[in-house]
Design a protein around this ligand. Structure first.
Ligand SMILES: Cc1cc2nc3c(=O)[nH]c(=O)nc-3n(C[C@H](O)[C@H](O)[C@H](O)COP(=O)(O)OP(=O)(O)OC[C@H]3O[C@@H](n4cnc5c(N)ncnc54)[C@H](O)[C@@H]3O)c2cc1C
Length: 440
């Protein structure tokens, strides 16, 4: 197997690594390579920061190990190699009436990446991705492949789901798909005037899928205004043609996402929705993966890239914390148009899983001098509110912040250090945030 030396980046393009990557096409090749080199696995690099970076070290790119292994059409149980993307699973199985039970906002995330960040979707009641994983095959630091299940090996299962690759390489997984009656979505869009109304509508929504877009430039009585999207499966509706993907050919100039342009864009985007709201029939992938229609959209932030801040906030403190955050963000003039508020369920499959019962709030900031200070303040509010930030999106947190937010971190450290005593799977994020408890 050949190793290729290259620079690779997280999705936000702020953090990068230089090192050797191998991209095996067969499990046998990976196992042969394993005899000489053990290294962390990486997926499709859709994590924004350094979760999948190993600067100066090696990494196994899993994206060619993407075969389907078995599918039971009666139960919807699918077994596949870990490098297959979640969008590909949806594309193949939706016409047969099944989709992954939890879908993140991009179809480009791999099955292994979805387990390793225990991703969440627009259907908070269904819980997190890992809660629908029946088993996975894990290639460990000792060279053995173990079948890991929530019942027979609960500690290893919980250290791997949301465990950002620290227990070994997930080779393949068996997951429960959800039955879906059609590939067409009936989407109701409602214009929302402020945060209080937004949270009430999210709380009261009975739609299976629900997500809110927020105008993060709005202040005062309009603070937290935006658009609520509620989706359910449409029966008997003719399937609309999915939109074809466009590509951003180059880095956008710096002014492209400047404050006046974002403010104007947000106003126009909001007014797209009539006061009475509207209903639209949409192709399934356009509803679940709207950003995938613009390939390389991360180039819109120009060469310096961008940071994403994403927090989960518990029910009792979320409103007050969100008011403080949104006020601070609007005054900073740093917000981008991509700001999302979702309801979040209690379901989480791992020790380091992000979800908690309450709300999730996420937004992007173009990379620049003032961002670290602002994100630091947002993290502090999150911590005071009893919330946590999402490792899949993080570029700026400190070890102390993560230790204070993730109360199962000591159990995680013990489990992953037992599984990988020589720290073969440590990544840049693990070192930056001291997630192996070594201080290194
Ligand atoms: C546009 C966009 C929208 C998104 N929306 C959501 C959302 O709605 N909900 C959500 O939860 N997340 C969301 N995300 C984040 C994304 O789903 C996660 O970061 C996911 O983990 C990315 O998968 P990947 O295959 O690119 O993994 P990578 O980013 O390459 O890797 C992620 C982690 O998984 C580990 N890993 C990957 N493959 C394996 C393997 N086979 N074995 C062991 N470890 C492995 C890596 O070491 C790394 O720690 C979004 C990202 C983008 C870009």
């Amino acid at each position: 197997m050949r190793w290729k030396t290259a620079e690779y980046k997280g999705w936000g393009r702020v953090l990068s690594a230089r090192g050797d990557t191998a991209r095996p096409e067969r499990l046998a090749t990976l196992k042969a390579l394993w005899k000489e080199t053990k290294a962390p696995a990486i997926g499709n690099l859709r994590s924004y920061g350094d979760a999948a970076l190993n600067d100066g070290g090696k990494a196994i790119d899993m994206t060619r190990l993407d075969r389907l292994i078995a599918f039971d059409p009666d139960t919807g149980i699918l077994e596949a190699e870990a490098g297959i993307t979640i969008g590909e699973i949806a594309r193949i199985f939706a016409p047969k009436g099944w989709i992954p039970t939890v879908l993140p906002g991009t179809g480009f995330a791999t099955l292994g990446g979805c387990i390793s960040n225990d991703v969440h979707g627009k259907n908070h009641k269904a819980g997190s991705f890992g809660q629908h994983v029946i088993s996975f095959d894990l290639l460990g630091a000792n060279g053995r492949v173990r079948k890991v299940t929530p019942d027979a090996t609960p500690e290893l299962f919980r250290a791997t789901c949301g465990g950002i690759g620290q227990t070994g390489v997930i080779l393949s997984a068996k997951i429960q798909l959800a039955s879906i009656g059609s590939e067409v979505m009936d989407v109701r869009e409602t214009r929302v005037e402020n945060l209080t109304e937004f949270m009430a509508l999210l709380d009261g929504s009975t739609a299976p899928y629900c997500v809110g877009w927020i105008d993060a430039t709005a202040k005062g009585e309009h603070l937290g205004r935006g658009i609520l999207e509620e989706g359910s499966v449409a029966y008997n509706a003719p399937p609309p043609k999915p939109k074809s993907a466009k590509s951003v050919p180059m880095n956008a100039p710096r002014f492209f996402l400047s404050s006046p342009i974002v403010r104007l864009f947000n106003q126009l985007y909001l007014r797209r929705i009539p006061v009475m709201g509207q209903r639209r029939i949409r192709a399934m992938q356009d509803f679940f993966f709207p950003l995938d229609k613009v390939l390389n959209w991360n180039r819109l932030y120009g060469k310096p890239g961008f940071h994403q801040f994403q927090c989960a906030l518990p029910d009792g403190t979320a409103h007050e914390a969100l008011v403080r955050m949104m006020d601070m963000i609007a005054s900073s003039h740093l917000a981008s148009p991509l700001t999302v508020l979702k309801r979040m369920g209690t379901g989480r499959a791992g020790m380091m899983s992000f979800p908690m019962g309450g709300y999730s709030f996420a937004l992007d900031f173009p990379n620049g001098k003032a961002v670290a200070g602002l994100v630091g303040e947002l993290e502090e509010i999150t911590l005071q509110a009893g919330g946590r930030i999402y490792l899949a999106k993080d570029t700026l947190a400190t070890p102390e912040m993560i230790a204070a937010m993730y109360d199962e971190l000591p159990e995680f450290i013990a489990a992953v250090n037992a599984a990988d005593p020589e720290h073969k799977f440590a990544t840049d994020m693990v070192r930056r945030l001291n997630l192996r408890g070594t201080g290194k």
